[in-house]
Design a protein. Structure first.
Length: 181
């Protein structure tokens, strides 16, 4: 189940907001410029669905994002607990960073924890299958796929190079809860 937990940046053990209500999650994130939506699947996908099949099922939603926000390209990334580089990838994504473009992710299935550092607040957003999150360009954040990653995600980009991170060097991510799956 999707969940939003908000903290003050200096109090990682005190929750200011904690909700699993999708509408409340979207409203809370919208106040800080983050887009959160739930996308319905037109048909069920198999566990072995290819990027092409996933693109067919979610093509209308992808096109809507491209038309609304000028995104140019998209792909599908999939990770599972057997991936040989899962530990290195987890470590890389757990460092606070930002991007010069929006980070748009739609979870086809599985889960991941996006944690956003906006002003003096930290927004932990547990995304699961059916969730779209769009983190605005310049927003510092980190992502945790957990020690046993299991997800398929559509990534949408506004430049052909795709994902390029600018790491902050901050240790704030180490002070907040991780995804334990």
């Amino acid at each position: 189940m999707s969940r939003l937990t908000v903290y003050h940046q200096d109090e990682p053990d005190t929750q200011l907001v904690d909700t699993d209500d999708g509408e409340t999650i979207a409203q809370e994130l919208n106040t800080v410029g983050v887009r959160f939506e739930r996308w319905p699947a037109e048909r069920k996908l198999s566990a072995q669905a290819t990027p092409e099949e996933i693109g067919e099922v979610y093509g209308a939603e992808i096109k809507r994002l491209q038309d609304e926000d000028g995104y140019q390209t998209w792909d599908v990334i999939s990770l599972n607990p057997d991936h040989p580089d899962k530990d290195a990838l987890r470590t890389k994504f757990l460092s606070e960073h930002s991007h010069s473009e929006d980070e748009v992710r739609f979870f086809v299935d599985g889960q991941g924890l996006f944690t956003l550092h906006i002003e003096d607040k930290v927004y932990a957003v547990l995304c699961e299958g059916g969730d779209l999150i769009s983190v605005p360009a310049g927003t510092t954040h980190w992502f945790d796929m957990g020690p046993n990653p299991s997800f398929k995600v559509i990534r949408v980009f506004d430049n052909q190079e795709g994902w390029v991170a600018k790491f902050t060097g901050s240790d704030i991510a180490s002070k907040f809860a991780r995804l334990e799956n």
